[in-house]
Design a protein around this ligand. Sequence first.
Ligand SMILES: CC(C)(COP(=O)(O)OP(=O)(O)OC[C@H]1O[C@@H](n2cnc3c(N)ncnc32)[C@H](O)[C@@H]1OP(=O)(O)O)[C@@H](O)C(=O)NCCC(=O)NCCS
Length: 338
Amino acid sequence: MVREWDPRTASSAEIASLLDTLNAVLAADLPQDPPWRESSMREYLSEVMPGERRISWVAQDDAAPDGTPGAILGHVHVLLLGGIGVLEVLVHPSIRRSGIGRELVRVAARRVWDEGFQSIGVEVVGDTPAVAFYESLGFTRDYVETRSVLDLRSVDWPALTEMAAEVGAGYRVEFWPGGPPDELIEAYARAKAEVRDSDDVELRPSSYDPDRLRDSLATLHRRGMKPYIVLALHERTGEVAGLTEVVVPAQHPTRADQYDTIVVHDHRGYGIDRAIKARMLLELRSAEPEVAEVQTWNAQDNESMLKVNAELGYRPDRDWCEYGVDVAELVHRLDSHR
Ligand SMILES: CC(C)(COP(=O)(O)OP(=O)(O)OC[C@H]1O[C@@H](n2cnc3c(N)ncnc32)[C@H](O)[C@@H]1OP(=O)(O)O)[C@@H](O)C(=O)NCCC(=O)NCCS
């Protein structure tokens, strides 16, 4: 049975059942990824940025004869942001290929259509059944990134300590657990705005203005995801010359997520990229001793970033693709398939 589902009011048993399904999906499709934990799972599924909405549905097994609710074996949610609905679907490996994934996408797509949105985007992990699934529904690939993973056990810490110190004169590197302080928010947002055209990825939008940046940091905290920032300050002007962001999610705290790394154009060529990333890893090691790996996503043509990541020890892991579809076409296709 597929029904709309609100994670804010769902029972703890339902949240736990969805988590079991998510972990079964990970074990089947991404066996190297750490399983997720229950901490802040409800908040992860519920909290959104101001102005965004997330609508969810579940596919639930029948109740047992004694009335115990059935397991949650499938889930879809769609995040409505800007002009696009961003979809995420998962189906327990034990019941795949029985049309549940297609049915979940159908109900979500109908709603996206009813809400007046024209396109749906989805992140699809390379070498998993999701590729054939979305292609069968008419989604086409818009963009491919590479996910890379750094195993902290392989890091040469003395070399990293040297790298962290090798920054040009006139720059000061600072570590800010929790996010940049309020007095730096404006300069920080300016640095992010400068590179928005070159490094933008539509489904994971960055925050370019100070208020949106504040909202985005607050949303991360509410979802149980702790941001860490290292930035390079240009001492003469007080401008943020470079920044790197890592998030440690309560749901999988052994594997941290590297978010944006930016060096503003005028400040390139001074070793800032290497130095801030190296400093971040050093700081993480003491602030979050449970972190064993860091994962990051890069455009395949971003050669300088890939080079620095390789020097730090990141190993390419998977293609990470963005697919998109026109909502009207999707709704039509799915309705005529019934
Ligand atoms: C993708 C996913 C949702 C598909 O769910 P599903 O219930 O098995 O999909 P359906 O049964 O509705 O399949 C619909 C169509 O998709 C295609 N398809 C689905 N899985 C396929 C596969 N493994 N190989 C080839 N085609 C496939 C087929 O055309 C299928 O139609 P058919 O069975 O009539 O031939 C499911 O495999 C899943 O949960 N994957 C993980 C999702 C994910 O990436 N999560 C985030 C990372 S963990």
